[in-house]
Design a protein around this ligand. Structure first.
Ligand code: PLP
Length: 467
């Protein structure tokens, strides 16, 4: 029985079953079915998917949208901001949203767009950098931890990515970064909140390199953009990036292995207040609590942004312009982002960040106290990497998935993102399941070790090599 036919099992009449079968075989039904019937089917068909509200999604950078933001989204569903002449008031709302997000990132004069997400924003940044740079320069210097959207950008625009290794705290190595910069460099990329571990590159130092060599610098703050500006107010220390990177003390403090939780400082500044930064990606649909899709590209000024403008003559406003990859674009997303910023406000985001960070340290401390598992780096923001000391991360991910918990799998570790939909009771449930899973692994390993000691030691070696 296929997954699709399973979905129809609750319908008991023979006739209904026959109709269902014919619907499936023919594709589009000739006669529409009643809304309540289809609605029930949708619910039934999708009920086995994981829901944020269950507390079982621990590896996503998205979350349950704020209910108010969802209601505004629903209210404005029909709006297409790709045709701003139809919706001039919404276009003004988008401009205002960009100014607010620009202020949050150190530049109220920033220009940009609400886009589909971090990927589109990063593609736009690379496109804009390309349009601002001579043809001979097509290399992008970026940390090896950069999101795969840059690989897409490279493939789409025929760019060469020069990936620079990271230090034990997942921040790009500055000296190697500097060495990678050359005459063919088109753009520099730095990450404020890496996808894997939430680390922040030494952006102030990279901004100096950008300034010195007159290079385009894009900061991918898709995740960190709605965390970093609130961290200090939420009671979590931020410091100078250079200090965090260079200070022996900072490194030894956080790697003491004493079991003490000593926060690794996030840099105080990651944004347009650094003169070398040309553009920033932010993702309201991650920590900004808005419905999907909502990303944001911010440019320092019109001069930089202007190179990626497409002029359109036939839309409702007469001559108009687009600066996004997609044409038709969700106006509901724009309204939902604006409304979220207004409703949640600085204090609301600060409280969200505080709660997520409290949950992060709650989980970190409990995991550090467990045997058979360790955290990868001290958290900078609400992202935690964990890895088992026996068995592989892949095996642990699979076992947890079989018990209903979805974590993200990275080479050598699992990622947990402590998003707003998670509370401490969810985490207690998870910890219990994690404990049971680890115990089972230990039991299984002991059994294998007894039976085939050589195989066991080879398997662990494979995982260690990945670290
Ligand atoms: N940049 C970073 C740092 C990310 O972590 C992600 C997604 O996780 C993206 C960009 C891409 O965002 P999206 O999935 O919204 O396209």
């Amino acid at each position: 029985m296929t997954e699709e036919t399973q979905g129809f099992q609750a319908d008991d009449s023979k006739e209904q079953k026959a109709q269902n079968k014919s619907l499936l075989s023919k594709g589009l039904p000739s006669k529409g079915r009643p809304a309540d019937e289809v609605s029930a089917l949708v619910e039934q068909r999708l009920s086995s998917d994981l829901a944020f509200t269950s507390g079982n999604i621990l590896g996503s950078m998205c979350s349950q949208p704020h209910p108010f933001a969802a209601s505004i989204f629903q209210q404005q569903l029909a709006k297409n901001i790709g045709d701003p002449g139809l919706h001039p008031a919404l276009a003004e709302m988008e401009a205002e949203t960009i100014r607010i997000l620009g202020s949050l990132c150190g530049n109220p004069k920033a220009v940009g767009s609400i886009v589909t997400g971090g990927t589109e924003a990063n593609l736009l940044a690379m496109w804009t950098a390309k349009n601002n740079t001579p043809k001979e320069s097509r290399e992008v210097v970026l940390p090896e931890t950069a999101h795969f959207s840059f690989d897409k950008a490279a493939s789409l625009m025929d760019l060469t990515l020069v990936k620079v290794p990271v230090d034990p705290h997942n921040r790009v190595k500055l000296d190697e970064y500097l060495q990678a910069v050359g005459p063919r460099t088109m753009a520099l990329v730095a990450i404020a909140g890496t996808t894997g571990l939430g680390a922040v590159d030494p952006i102030s130092e990279i901004a100096k390199i950008a300034e010195k060599h007159h290079l385009y610098l894009h900061v991918d703050a898709a995740f960190g953009g709605f965390v970093l500006p609130f961290l200090e107010a939420a009671g979590y220390p931020v410091g100078d990036a250079a200090e965090a990177v260079n200070s022996e003390a900072a490194d030894s403090e956080v790697t003491s292995g004493s079991g003490q939780t000593v926060p690794l400082k996030a840099p105080a500044v990651f944004d347009f207040s650094l003169a070398g930064v040309s553009s920033i990606t932010l993702d309201p649909h991650k920590m900004g609590r808005t419905p999907i899709p909502a990303g944001c590209i911010l440019y320092r000024n019109e001069e930089i942004a202007g190179s990626s403008t497409t002029h359109v003559s036939y839309l409702a406003g007469g001559k108009t312009r687009q600066r996004t990859i997609v044409g038709t674009r969700s106006g509901a997303a724009v309204a939902a982002v604006w409304a979220s910023l207004q409703h949640i406000g600085f204090d609301g985001y600060r409280d969200t960040v505080r709660r997520c960070m409290q949950n992060t340290y709650f989980l970190k401390n409990r995991i550090d106290a467990m045997s058979g598992i360790e955290t990868v780096i001290p958290p900078v923001m609400n992202v935690l990497g964990i890895r088992p000391s026996q068995g592989t991360s892949e095996e642990l991910a699979e076992s947890l998935r079989a018990r209903g918990f979805a974590l993200s799998l990275f080479p050598g570790f699992l990622r947990i993102t402590l998003m707003p939909h998670l509370n401490q009771s969810h985490l207690e449930n998870f910890l219990q399941v994690l404990q049971d899973t680890l115990q089972e692994t230990v039991n299984a390993m002991q059994k294998i070790q007894k039976e085939e000691p050589n195989i066991h030691s080879n398997r662990n070696q494979g995982e260690n090599d990945a670290r």
